[in-house]
Design a protein around this ligand. Structure first.
Ligand code: NAD
Ligand code: LMR
Length: 330
């Protein structure tokens, strides 16, 4: 059978820590499948180009059969030319003692020009996953600067939080992590996010019926997930990288593949007013993919007063972030 034509994938900040954990997995077929050739379009800023050359040497030295070509560039138009998947990683990570929102003034300015370059150059089936922090609002900035690209093509990454939350619940319940499903991260990828344990399930049973400890669920569980990024920075001296790259791969696979049964996954997508969330925010919701990149926000999940209050707090934070970057929106 003839080989499929290659699909172009852009990774920004490709010489960084996450880039280093991501590129080899993309090149080996874990993003788009084991029979899908890829062209890697790797964007860096000038000071990162030498390190990027080294990373490309290593990708070459893996002799991955699926890699048709690798393009390295500092030029946004080249980086996004004909691309179908843009993974926007490149930006400054926070240091110990910072919140992710503190990065908005440093990183926000990166995403308007990238949004415009995506609109001008990308393939018609472009989909964008924003990883660089604060990822929800950076995604909003990029999307608002690319009004030509449909709003359902833009995603910010809350999957790392979902994976973290599943890990914590599995450990507490003494079950394999695959037993934990339907874990929605509501709102912002920040310390206000709400990992929704009440709608999550363990082997099909609602989590609170398996873990009969509301104090832990409402307290330590939520805080651990909210502060996991900071805990990793504290321990490693650097922010999460391999787990972030893994979550980026999981996100793309979940967007491409129809979600089985009545399951859902966590992605921050454009709000159309679901659950009373203001329209246009890039908000973490439970999302069900329908295959071929189409998706819907899962509606009808119940929330008690505790959950409603948590969702209100994270919504307010995203509204405040949007006000902060109003000058960067189009
Ligand atoms: P890093 O500093 O190791 O790498 C970032 C790379 O981006 C560097 O090589 C840098 O040269 C490059 N870069 C900076 N500005 C750029 C620009 N304008 N265009 C292109 N490249 C640019 O950082 P990292 O650990 O790879 O993290 C990258 C980002 O991802 C950070 O903002 C971090 O906070 C975020 N992050 C998000 C999540 C999440 O769950 N959403 C998880 C982990 C990290
Ligand atoms: C994470 O959640 O690990 C990342 O967003 C990095 C950070 O700053 O916490």
């Amino acid at each position: 059978m003839a080989a499929k034509p290659p699909i172009h994938i852009t990774v920004t900040g490709a010489a960084g820590q996450i880039g280093y954990a991501l590129l080899f997995r993309i090149a080996s077929g874990q993003l788009l499948g084991p029979d899908q050739p890829v062209v890697l379009r790797l964007l860096e800023i000038e000071p990162g180009m030498k390190a990027l050359e080294g990373v490309v040497m290593e990708v070459d030295d893996c002799a991955f059969p699926l890699v048709s070509d690798i393009i390295t560039t500092t030029d946004l138009d080249v980086a996004f030319d004909g691309t179908s998947w843009a993974l926007l990683v490149g930006s400054v990570p926070r240091k110990a003692g910072m919140e992710r929102g503190d990065l908005l003034t440093i990183n926000g300015g990166i995403f308007g020009p990238q949004g415009r370059a995506i609109a001008a150059n990308a393939a018609s089936d472009i989909r964008v996953v924003v990883v660089g922090n604060p990822c929800n609002t950076n995604c909003l900035i990029a999307r608002s600067n690319a009004p030509e690209v449909p709003t359902d093509r833009w995603f910010a990454m809350t999957r790392l939080d979902e994976n973290r939350a599943k890990g914590q619940l599995a450990k507490r319940a003494g079950v394999p992590v695959s037993s934990v499903t339907n874990l929605a991260i509501w709102g912002n990828h920040s310390a206000t996010q709400f990992p929704d344990f009440a709608n999550a399930r363990i082997d099909g049973t609602p989590v609170p019926e398996v873990i009969d400890d509301n104090g832990w669920l409402q307290g330590e569980f939520i805080t651990t997930v909210q502060k996991r990024g900071a805990a990793i920075i504290d321990a490693r001296g650097l922010s999460s990288a391999a787990s972030a790259a893994n979550a980026a791969i999981d996100s793309v696979v979940s967007i491409r593949t129809a979600t089985p049964g009545d399951g859902f996954t966590s992605l921050a997508v454009v709000s159309d007013g679901e659950y009373g969330v203001p329209q246009g925010l890039q908000f973490g919701f439970p999302v069900r993919a329908k295959g071929s990149g189409a998706w819907e926000v899962v509606e009808g999940l119940g929330h008690d007063e505790f959950a409603k209050e948590r969702i209100r707090i994270t919504t307010e934070e995203l509204v405040a972030e949007r006000s902060e970057v109003i000058d960067l929106l189009r």
